[in-house]
Design a protein around this ligand. Structure first.
Ligand code: KIV
Ligand code: ZN
Length: 567
């Protein structure tokens, strides 16, 4: 749309000149609260069933989360069942608090209280939306109306909580309130509603309530959110009765930065998900945040040393895929493709070994992959999981062979079959040996013994190419000759003259390749027979002979495939 951007209003920063967050340094980890099983789960195409939720819950516990939002029990039977199952099967360790979410509505709150009966440590998290936009377009109410909803809910929760505590004196029940869509709310209004809720809940410095400030939709640059967080942190009347929490989302792709600035601005607690799953573009990625701390020498209090396993559980439970470039966890984040990077990394590792460095000093690797149970991979990995382009990449990068795009899948499958058979990754040299065996050293059933190519001018402006040669088939010599408008065409016609037919020429490409001291021509020939297509490769100092070898290679490969027993 022409000038479509004009329909958007710029975010108005709050103009908070007393801010101190830009000078802060994060020296310790915040309190972490995973919302994978709630915010993350509600954003899945197929939400997790009970079994997957339990597996995920156990993994979060193993990582070290002490606060885990396990669901929205009033929202569905599965959600209700999950919390009941965790409680009744005694799956919640004593040092772990389960959190449940509920809207500020009476019947939902009542149902939520039923769900948490008998649990040891619970955070009851309630919310209502407070933003200017939602007040206008969703609720058609003013701020007073929104405060009333929150305060009424807080009063009911306090009353029901007191009854429950009386019934279960061992229970540690805490409360959390979120002015949902906080970052779209006037800061004065946000402070006011949070203070009113803290008062109504009866929060004290000894029995604090959590005030959670969601960046429900990330509306602006992270510094704007940090200003808003610091404003609340410094203007809450009952600040000493609150644990200040943040809940960034990732609509602008800057949730990690917003969380870091939010902590610098005074947040003591962060809600998010591992790997950033969550509504729309996701929640703040707590693994990313924790590992950023780790890489600054701060104990993150979460343990990702078994990263590959955590990733596997995450992918199985959520049916989501972790991107190859995802910080710390992506398949490719410890792989160096560039030769100069590989060189610098090797030098860093050698330097550390020789100097007994106490600190990690390796260029291009911000952290030691071994800390995450991973390895530095100096080349693209070739294993049975490799993509079809991986083998072609190695051929190009290490040996200078530029396989045509259409050939990537074919050669990838050949390499993959070897990986599967061997059950291990392959080195670049091994990939090259497979290439030689598969394409360059194929002399059966047909082998070219002798040949002669020559040109004649049939007319002044028309050149005809002649091929004469001897081909051996399983040791028996066959004389053949043909003519055409070029060497390939002449050879094809010569093959036809001795009954080697049925092949169609599909594509051809060639380039020079350095083979040690000199350079040769490499030709890639794609032939079809019926519905099948196959590549052949020829290598020779003479470019015409390299194409002829390529044709013969493709035919030999067709014959070989035909001779193989069908599965
Ligand atoms: O993003 C959000 O605002 C939420 C609240 C319910 C905390 O998920
Ligand atoms: Zn959220």
């Amino acid at each position: 749309m022409e000038q479509g951007y004009k329909k958007y209003r710029p975010f108005q920063p709050i103009g908070f000149s007393q801010r101190t967050w830009p000078d802060q340094v994060i020296r310790r980890a915040p309190i972490w609260c995973s919302v994978d099983l709630r915010d993350g789960n509600q954003a899945l195409v197929t939400p997790m069933n009970l079994h997957r939720k339990v597996v995920f819950f156990k993994t979060l516990v193993a990582i070290g989360f002490k606060e885990i939002e396990v669901g929205f029990p009033a929202a569905s039977e599965t959600e209700f069942e999950t919390i009941r199952y965790l409680i009744e099967e005694n799956l919640i360790p004593d040092d772990v608090t389960v959190q449940v979410l509920v809207q500020a509505r009476r019947h939902l709150i009542e149902r939520t209280f039923e769900a948490i009966r008998g649990a040891k440590n619970v955070i009851l998290h309630f919310y209502n939306s407070t933003s200017t936009l939602q007040r206008k377009v969703v609720f058609g109410t003013d701020m007073e109306g929104v405060i009333e909803i929150a305060v009424e809910a807080a009063a009911l929760i306090r009353e029901m909580g007191e009854q429950l505590r009386a019934e279960f004196p061992e229970m540690r029940l805490r409360y959390e309130y979120s002015p949902e869509s906080f970052s779209g709310t006037e800061v004065e209004n946000a402070v006011n509603i949070c203070d009113r809720v803290l008062e109504t809940l009866g929060a004290t410095p000894e029995d604090k309530a959590i005030i959670n400030l969601p960046n429900t939709v990330e509306l602006a640059t992270p510094n704007c959110y940090a200003d808003q967080v610091e404003y609340v942190a410094t203007h809450l009347q009952h600040r000493d009765c609150a644990v200040l929490s943040i809940h960034p989302h990732n609509d602008r792709g800057t949730a990690t930065a917003a969380a870091e600035l939010g902590i610098m601005a005074g947040a003591e607690r962060v809600e998010g998900t591992i790997f950033g799953n969550g509504e729309r573009t996701g929640n703040c990625d707590l693994m990313n945040l924790a590992m950023n701390l780790y890489a600054q020498g701060v104990d993150p209090t979460l343990d990702f040393t078994n990263m590959n396993h955590i990733k596997r559980v995450y992918e199985e439970c959520t049916r989501m895929h972790v991107h190859e470039r995802h910080p710390y966890v992506g398949e490719l984040v410890f792989t160096a493709f560039s030769g100069s990077h590989q060189d610098a990394i090797n030098k860093g590792v050698t330097y550390m070994a020789e100097n007994g460095s106490k600190y990690w000093e390796v260029p291009y690797l911000p952290i030691d992959p071994a800390d995450l149970g991973r390895q530095y991979e100096p080349i693209i990995r070739i294993n049975s999981q490799s993509g079809k382009g991986g083998a072609a990449f190695v051929m190009h990068r290490h040996f200078g062979y530029i396989l045509p795009k259409q050939m990537h899948a074919e050669f990838g499958a050949v390499v993959q079959a070897v990986c599967d058979r061997e059950g291990r990754e392959l080195k670049a040299e091994e990939v090259f040996r497979i290439f030689q065996r598969e394409y360059l050293h194929v002399h059966k059933p047909f082998d070219l013994r002798r040949y002669r190519l020559f040109e004649e001018n049939e007319k002044l402006d028309r050149v005809v190419v002649y091929f004469d040669g001897v081909l051996s088939r399983d040791g028996q010599d066959i004389q053949l000759s043909g003519r055409g408008n070029g060497p390939i065409n002449a050879f094809f016609n010569a093959l036809g003259s001795v009954g080697i037919t049925g092949y169609k020429f599909v594509s051809y490409s060639e380039h020079a390749v350095s083979t040690g001291a000199d350079s040769q021509a490499v030709s890639y020939i794609e032939l079809s027979r019926g519905d099948d297509t196959v590549f052949g490769v020829g290598l020779d100092h003479n470019i015409s002979l390299s194409s002829i070898k390529g044709i013969l290679c493709a035919i030999n490969r067709f014959e070989r495939h035909a001779a193989q027993p069908k599965e």
